[in-house]
Design a protein around this ligand. Structure first.
Ligand SMILES: [Zn+2]
Length: 145
C-alpha cells in the first residue's frame, strides 16, 4: 500500500488596520458611524497533506514574504472603495479569498489558500475556496458565474 501523508489544517494570521463605510447598507450602529477604521485579523487557511519527514506543510517564512506583504498593502486603505460589494466581514472574507489573495505568483501555486477568516470585534466570518462559493461571489459581483 502506498504511504499517505497526514492532512493538516494550517492557519496563519495577520492584523491590518483599514476603514470601511457601511452607510446605506444596514441600520446597524457600525453602519451609521460613516467612514471609520477597524483592526481586522485576517487568517489564511490551508488544508493539505504534509510530509512528516520534513515536518511542516506551509513554511511560515515564505507565507510572511508573500501573503504577509500583500495583506500589509491594505493598511490605511478604505475597503469600501476597493471592494465591489459592501465591506462587511463576510464580503471581506470572500473578496480577500477569491479576488485579492489569488496565488502570489506562478511559482508559488502550492500556497494557494484553502480558506480565509476575517475577525473583527469578537466575531468572525470564514469562507472556504469551493467552486460553488466562487460562482456565487462572481454572480453577486455582477460577472457571469
Ligand atoms: Zn465598522
Amino acid at each position: 500500500m502506498p504511504v499517505k501523508f497526514p492532512v493538516v489544517r494550517k492557519e496563519w494570521s495577520r492584523k491590518i488596520r483599514a476603514s470601511h463605510d457601511l452607510r446605506g447598507v444596514t441600520t446597524h450602529p457600525d453602519a451609521m458611524a460613516g467612514l471609520h477604521e477597524h483592526e481586522w485579523t485576517i487568517t489564511l487557511i490551508w488544508v493539505a497533506e504534509y510530509n512528516c519527514a520534513i515536518g511542516f506543510q506551509r513554511d511560515e517564512h515564505a507565507i510572511e514574504q508573500s501573503w504577509g506583504d500583500h495583506l500589509d498593502k491594505l493598511n490605511g486603505k478604505n475597503l469600501s472603495e476597493l471592494m465591489p460589494l459592501p465591506a462587511t466581514s463576510e464580503n471581506l472574507a470572500c473578496w480577500l479569498l477569491l479576488d485579492y489573495c489569488t496565488r502570489p505568483s506562478d511559482q508559488e501555486v502550492s500556497y494557494e489558500l484553502s480558506g480565509l477568516r476575517v475577525t473583527k470585534d469578537g466575531h468572525s466570518a470564514e469562507v472556504m475556496r469551493t467552486e460553488a462559493n466562487r460562482r456565487a461571489w462572481r454572480w453577486f459581483c455582477g460577472e457571469m458565474a
